[in-house]
Design a protein around this ligand. Structure first.
Ligand code: PLP
Length: 508
């Protein structure tokens, strides 16, 4: 019989399976600095039907590796500027492997004293790194969406108790809808968290004073004044995805303190402004907020997935997520049950990667990396400003450069189509990777620089590639218009590897 009837019979292959994975991973990562971000192959996963009889670990892994090498997006590499995605530092990645090998359940001190202690230490280190008071509660989540969820769950508990209701025990029925105020910078994940909490996405009011989404503080003040009798939740955004800009946290907190308001800060990537004295002012007032969410798999460069929630008053986080059953036992405060401080009970020990990367590079290492990225963003901004066919759309206060392609002779009403088409070409080309957004009503690019590997030769390809492919985009929308098609929805032609791709390869 060729199949493997029971994992037990594969027992002897464990070391070989790990060796295979390590060998292949090393080869993959050794090539990642030079590789196209998006390989031009097809999606070649060989087996698609659930087998009755398995092939065993080594054969399965070999199949997987072939498909992965062919098809994986090199998002852990230095030229993936789409969304806001980091990679894994050497220390974090190796610790993440160990996490799987050790397979600890970071529920509490009984399931894994090691994981619980490491989470306690590394969460404390993060508070120190970001300048949050040590007295705050903190927990590792799967990302910023869940960090926002945890922070806003704590806010919801506070809001319920302000009205004499234990929301976790009694639910929301009978309570008025929660007033949630924010700026136009609010990230969809915060809205998603609001929806998951049963508070209603549409209840969130964005108070913007301009098309970019900047907070209207006067409107916030009068909203709070009007609702003086009821508790309100404010979401302050530290790092807008389109521009990297910040809401004025200190001013928002000052208004909140005059009223009954909770301030949650979404600092998924922007919180890293705190690690450099050059940008620390952007998060002034952070330590006065009530809850904060931040990501690990963005600027901290730990592998997916990792995020962190912090709450000023520990009782609100514990109250939002604490449950108990006799077999789970009770724990002293000195030994927090992390499974009771966030949504998941059984939890991957994400603290290993977090602890390892902070131990490996320290405060100074993270400051150096963040400052390198800040300088790279300014360099890209300068290149945009120097290019006659590019238009920068926002100041660069952090690590995101918002701009669009604007060659002469193209009327304003065609620029959105042109930039959307160009965005598709950039993604298909694969040398650098970033798509489009809509900023202040304009289709625009917004490359974000957060990967630990990224150097000047990588970011220099941003402007070079956009300008190079721009002519092709102009021709493409011209052709689409001549044929009467809508360019934005027209499928762009597959882009063959171009000679210029060779010319513009990163030089190391
Ligand atoms: C500002 C902001 N908040 C929250 C999130 C959600 O983070 P995650 O995808 O890790 O859940 C993101 C992700 O891009 C973000 O940029």
């Amino acid at each position: 019989m060729s199949g493997v009837p029971d994992p037990l019979s594969d027992h002897g292959n464990l070391a070989s399976a790990l060796d295979l994975a390590a060998r292949e991973a090393k080869a993959y990562l050794a090539a990642i600095d030079e590789a196209l971000v998006r390989p031009r192959g097809g999606v070649g996963v060989a087996a698609t039907d659930l087998p009755d009889e398995g092939v065993g670990s080594l054969a399965a892994l070999s199949e997987l590796v072939r498909a992965a090498v062919e098809d994986s997006t090199r998002s852990a590499g230095p030229r993936f500027f789409h969304f806001v995605m980091g990679g894994g530092t050497p220390a974090a990645l190796a610790a993440d492997w160990l996490t799987s090998a050790l397979d600890q359940n970071a529920y509490n001190w009984v399931s894994s004293p090691f994981a619980a202690r490491l989470e306690q230490i590394s969460v404390a280190w993060l508070k120190d790194l970001f300048g949050l008071p040590a007295t705050w509660s903190g927990v590792i989540t799967t990302g910023a969406t869940m960090a926002n969820f945890a922070g806003l769950a704590a806010a919801r508990r506070w809001w319920g108790l302000e009205q004499g209701v234990d929301v976790e025990a009694e639910g929301l029925s009978g309570l008025p809808s929660m007033k949630i105020l924010t700026s136009g910078y609010v990230h969809v994940s915060a809205l998603k968290a609001v929806a998951m909490l049963g508070l209603g996405r549409q209840r969130v009011r964005t108070l913007s004073r301009d098309g970019a989404g900047r907070i209207d503080l006067d409107a916030l003040a009068s909203e709070l004044e009007e609702r003086n009798s009821e508790p309100v939740v404010i979401i302050a955004n530290a790092g807008d995805v389109n521009t990297g800009d910040f809401d004025p946290i200190a001013e928002m907190v000052a208004l909140a303190r005059k009223h009954r308001a909770w301030v949650h800060v979404d600092g998924a990537f922007g919180l890293f402004a705190a690690v450099s004295p050059t940008t620390r002012h952007l998060v002034a007032g952070l330590e006065l907020a009530d809850s904060v969410g931040v990501d690990g798999h963005k600027w901290l460069n730990v592998p997916y997935d990792s995020g962190y929630a912090f709450v000023r008053e520990p009782k609100f986080l514990a109250g939002a997520f604490g449950v108990s059953a006799s077999y789970l036992g009770t724990e002293a405060l000195a030994r927090p049950v992390f499974g009771n401080l966030g949504p998941e009970m059984s939890r991957r020990a994400r603290s290993l990667a977090l602890w390892a990367t902070l131990r490996a590079y320290g405060r100074a290492g993270y400051r150096a990396m963040v400052e390198r990225h800040l300088a790279l963003a300014q360099r890209v901004a300068d290149q945009v400003d120097a290019a006659p066919d590019l238009e920068r759309l926002a100041d660069v206060s952090l690590n995101v450069v918002c701009f669009r392609y604007r060659p002469s002779g193209i009327p304003e009403d065609q620029l959105d189509d042109l930039n959307r088409t160009l965005g598709e070409l950039v993604l298909e080309d694969g040398r650098v990777y970033f798509g489009t957004t809509v900023f202040a009503g304009k289709v625009a690019f917004r490359p974000a620089i957060v990967n630990w590997r990224t150097r000047e030769e990588d970011t220099d390809l941003i402007v070079a590639t956009v300008r190079e492919l721009g002519a092709r985009a102009v021709a493409q929308i011209g052709a689409s218009r001549a044929m009467g098609a809508t360019p934005a929805s027209a499928k762009s032609e597959p882009v063959e590897p171009s000679e210029s791709a060779e010319v513009a390869k990163p030089q190391r």
